[in-house]
Design a protein around this ligand. Structure first.
Ligand code: GDP
Length: 308
């Protein structure tokens, strides 16, 4: 990837896409194509094909299509599987038809089996049943991974499938549809404002999640694009792992909320743990740059700004 290569960040108005576009700019890449959802509808096959024909992207970063936390996964499984399959088919097939040099497909850790040795190495992909709360979404992402590998086998493309850990960062979804970290940050800030004596979170508080800052995810994605050439999955992972109860304590510190944390066990826990192994990524020379607490305070400031 040269500084003047034509690079398309599919869905740059998303958290991860925005971080990748910003990181590419910081690294002085000058031909970055970024379109928001209104400018380019990735579910529209002919619009996507025409876009590739006209702009001839050489490199594509793809974390496109709708996604969200446990509520979104349980309430909108049909929308998630239908739209993600559409978007992925359009992007992957267009990339093949228009001779894209390298395509990075980014899936999420829910594609790994629900019961899996930890940390999860790439070899554990497809070795067991997936977590039921996110199975519609993760099935779409598995299809994306398999499309990349199939196109590589049949058409000799360089479509790299990757699997990301949980992430957080500026522009996060603080609503109930978002992932736990941003969603609880908002709930806790509001509980503090109201002076609530307690805050109830979902599930048992025991599941563990690893949290990586989006700018580091973006750095890892760019490094993979530049240096990784295997026809095999690679994990994008790092950051810190906490149980949801421990995470709540971290968030109490940053928000200043002093009430009691309760857990509603009628709500699903989802996967109990999904700690990804990042040895392959480290072998490429990856090292994180944003410490968890630094990331948390950036996110907290972003939340405060989003309220103004
Ligand atoms: P997941 O990583 O795909 O399971 O999705 P989430 O980030 O949405 O949820 C992670 C865990 O946090 C699950 O065990 C949830 O039940 C738990 N959790 C607790 N409170 C909340 C909340 O307010 N929002 C979300 N999204 N998750 C919560």
């Amino acid at each position: 990837m040269n500084k003047d290569s034509v690079i398309f960040v599919a869905q740059n108005d998303d958290l991860i896409g925005a971080a990748i576009a910003m990181e590419l700019k910081n690294k002085e890449f000058i031909n970055i194509l970024t379109y928001n959802k209104d400018e380019l509808d990735l579910t529209d096959a002919s619009a996507v094909f025409s876009f590739f024909e006209k702009n001839k992207p050489e490199y594509v970063f793809c974390f496109a299509g709708p996604h969200g936390g446990i509520t979104m996964n349980t309430q909108y499984p049909a929308d998630l599987i239908y739209t993600n399959l559409q978007v992925q088919c359009n992007l992957i097939h267009s990339a093949y038809k228009h001779g894209v040099k390298k395509f990075l497909f980014m899936a999420s850790s829910c594609v790994y089996p629900k019961e899996c040795p930890q940390p999860i190495a790439e070899d554990y992909y497809m070795t067991g049943k997936m977590e039921p709360t996110s199975i519609a979404y993760s099935t779409a992402r598995v299809a994306g991974i398999e499309m990349c590998l199939a196109y590589n086998r049949q058409h000799k493309t360089k479509f790299i499938p990757s699997i990301m850990t949980n992430y957080f960062g500026p522009g996060d979804d603080f609503s109930d549809d978002g992932h736990v970290l941003a969603s609880v940050l908002r709930k806790m800030s509001q509980a503090k404002e109201r002076g609530d004596a307690s805050l109830t979170l979902w599930g048992s508080g025991k599941p563990k999640r690893q949290f990586m800052f989006t700018h580091d995810i973006a750095k890892a994605a760019i490094l993979i694009m530049q240096k990784y050439n295997e026809n095999e999955l690679i994990n994008i992972a790092g950051g810190k792992e906490f149980s949801i109860a421990e995470l709540a304590n971290e968030l109490k510190e940053i928000t200043g909320y002093q009430g009691e944390i309760l857990f509603d066990t009628s709500k699903p826990d989802g996967a109990m743990r999904k700690l990804l192994d990042n040895n392959k990524l480290k072998l490429l020379g990856f090292a994180e740059t944003v410490d968890f607490h630094e990331g948390l305070s950036i996110l907290h400031k972003d939340f405060i700004l989003s309220q103004k």
